[in-house]
Design a protein around this ligand. Structure first.
Ligand code: SAH
Length: 213
């Protein structure tokens, strides 16, 4: 679990690349500049950890491309203290970004292997999400609702109703919707019954699957 000067240098270079690609939120860039992404990946990919690419993790899943993480996080507009629901814990990298932004994070993962591994790993690294759940993200976490923010990090064939229902008024949901590719979509809850919907271009994610495994 080493974070060397070489890693830190490569990480700053990645931050520059993300800026060039249009990421402007300094808090998001600072978080990415701080988190040792190479530790979230299989050691055989370590040398590539600071390329702007997705990589395989356990259970046939992927750690999202840094640009995608930055883009989604920027759209989410997290403030310190926000209650944030994340669907698809995966490697825990996005979870760590949310923790760095001062969010109280509730994250759901449907692959038991990843759930167990990432729970231990985040602890080791010193990240303290409020709650990591092994379960089905389509259902959200009604027990901990309502949320200020919700983020889905897998491709959703449709927008799960519970995720919209579990938002506070003024709350936001960022979700990639569709089969392949997905359209990055931002919902803002305007009232008990009204949601604004905005679209932000094409992305590619592993699919959001139903039920747990
Ligand atoms: N945020 C992750 C991205 C992981 S890829 C990271 O930064 O590494 C998407 C993740 O969503 C995978 O781990 C996959 O197992 C998980 N997933 C897929 N369907 C799900 C569901 N219905 N509920 C919760 N997690 C799900």
């Amino acid at each position: 679990m080493k974070d060397t000067f070489r890693h830190q240098g490569k990480r700053q270079h990645l931050v520059e690349i993300l800026k060039e690609k249009g990421i402007a939120d300094q808090r998001v860039l600072t978080a990415i500049g701080k988190i040792p992404r190479h530790l979230f990946m299989d050691s055989s990919f370590e040398d590539h950890a600071y390329q702007d690419k997705a990589f395989p993790i356990a259970a046939d899943q992927t750690i999202s491309q840094p640009y995608t993480v930055a883009f989604q996080t920027e759209l989410l507009a997290v403030e310190p203290g926000h209650q944030v629901l994340e669907i698809g814990t995966g490697s825990g990298y996005q979870t760590a970004v949310l923790c760095e932004l001062g969010a109280r994070v509730y994250s759901i993962e449907r692959q038991q292997e990843l759930f167990k591994k990432t729970k231990l790993f985040l602890q080791k690294l010193g990240y303290r999400p409020k709650y990591l759940s092994f379960g089905d993200g389509y259902k959200g976490l009604p027990l901990y609702a309502p949320f200020d923010r919700a983020i889905v990090t897998a491709g959703a064939p449709y927008v799960p109703k519970p995720l919209l229902a579990q938002l506070k008024i003024g709350g936001k949901l960022v979700i990639p919707v569709g089969d392949d590719p997905q359209i990055m979509t931002l919902f803002t809850r305007k009232s008990a019954t009204e949601f604004e919907r905005e679209e932000f271009g094409e992305f590619r994610f592993v699919p959001l699957l139903e039920d747990k495994n």
